[in-house]
Design a protein around this ligand. Sequence first.
Ligand SMILES: [Zn+2]
Length: 247
Amino acid sequence: MAFDWIQKEWFSKNSKLVFFTGAGMSAESGIRTFRDNDGYWSQYDPMKLASPAGFENDPKLVLDWYQYRRNEIKKAKPNKGYDAIENIAKLFPQAQVITQNVDGFHKKADFIDVIELHGNIHKTHCNQCRKENLDGCELLHDDKPIFCDCGGLMRPSVVWFGESLRLSVMHQAESISRSADIFFSIGTSSLIYPAAQMPYEAKNNGAKIIEINPQSTPLTSMADASIQGLSGEILFKIYQELHANYN
Ligand SMILES: [Zn+2]
């Protein structure tokens, strides 16, 4: 019973639930993480594949890598944790999602806002003038990089090492976090700033923090509830319990 870990009286129909998700959540769909022992960065050099200098040095290598990752994501499917969040959001009309994942697994829908803090791998923009989504968001055309009218190269719309998060997106995420009544931190190491700041923004403004992650993290000691395990299973149980009480 999920509510052995969290308090039912924290929730009311008007509660604002915020779901803050990270790579651990998509790992349950078979998407490799980055920083784990078997993650991408144990095998590849992020500075070559995911940095402005890497792209300048060898755009084709970088675009091939993102094409490979798009294909891996296409082969995978959002797991039942994603479905559970969608279903919980139908019970709590103010629910919002902030994700660090770029795989686009959180579907944007009328009933839920999704902030993609680190961008979306399925979108592109010009590296120079930032014009978005040319050529149907393809990364390559005839296996060659795609140029924008301005002469710049199209690139995946994800935040790279050494790049800042878009200020407007960052501010939106902070403001959503501050307005949370209940803040779920799911499948994230809580190590990577500024994203890792979000639970603290929520906590400092009175939210209850519920962490769901296989291991403890720097956030665990300040969370109001910390549930260790697979997010798909746990979110599904939480959904069932909430559905029974707030439908
Ligand atoms: Zn351009």
